[in-house]
Design a protein. Structure first.
Length: 217
């Protein structure tokens, strides 16, 4: 595996890449893969936090309860438009910040100076998605609280913390969605049912017992 030493190779698994995505790729492609991981990790953290919060605070939903995936299609059309526009703006800023422009000759110059790219998924049009050489994956310049350390060692530690939390967030969000799809219950309701099953009357409440009764019907 190439490009050892990147932030995120954390014990006990270290450089965990069983599918070999980072094998025989160049530095820009490795950074692109890291950019993808960071982007999805940040979305995963927001999604996991959203699952936790929306049980008791849901200004965008009717408050009728039930799995979030059932409530999302019920959102009004203007809100869908607003969310799509916001996502599009955020993605366009990210692309303009870190990716080389394929239409103004920037990628051609990269090819002349750096050679043909070595990517994880080689295709004829694979040069369309190439990061700029000086771009640090995930660094969009957004730091309103000034949390970015100036010391390189502290900055690396913060990068690894973000990666760890992002990976956990992706797994957590996937778990929430899988649980709601399989049980038809929100995570809060399912958690209460499980607690009652394990601890019996110690944690039983009228609301929890009502949920259990509904499941048995």
């Amino acid at each position: 595996m190439c490009h050892s030493g990147l932030p995120g190779a954390i014990a006990p698994v270290g450089e965990f890449d069983p599918a070999g995505f980072s094998t025989d790729v160049d530095e820009l492609e490795m950074n692109r893969l890291r950019e993808c991981e960071l982007t999805h990790g940040r979305v995963g953290m927001l999604a996991a936090a959203g699952f936790l919060v929306q049980e008791n605070f849901h200004p965008l939903f009717s408050g009728d309860g039930g799995p979030a995936i059932q409530q999302i299609p019920a959102l009004p059309v203007p809100l869908w438009f607003g969310m799509t526009l916001a996502i599009g703006i955020a993605e366009s800023i990210r692309i303009q910040k870190g990716f080389a422009n394929p239409y103004d000759g920037e990628i051609a110059v990269q090819g002349e100076e750096l050679g043909e790219p070595k990517t994880a998924f080689p295709r004829e049009d694979t040069t369309f998605q190439r990061l700029r050489p000086g771009y640090v994956a995930g660094d969009l310049g957004f730091d309103p609280l000034g949390l970015k350390p100036t010391d390189p060692a502290e900055f690396r530690e913060m990068q690894e913390k973000e990666l760890s939390h992002g990976r956990l967030g992706m797994l957590a969000a996937a778990g929430f969605m899988a649980q709601e799809a399989a049980t038809g219950q929100t995570w809060g309701a399912e958690d209460t049912i499980f607690d009652n099953l394990i601890f019996g009357g110690w944690l039983a409440t009228p609301g929890a017992m009502g949920n259990m009764a509904l499941n048995q019907i």
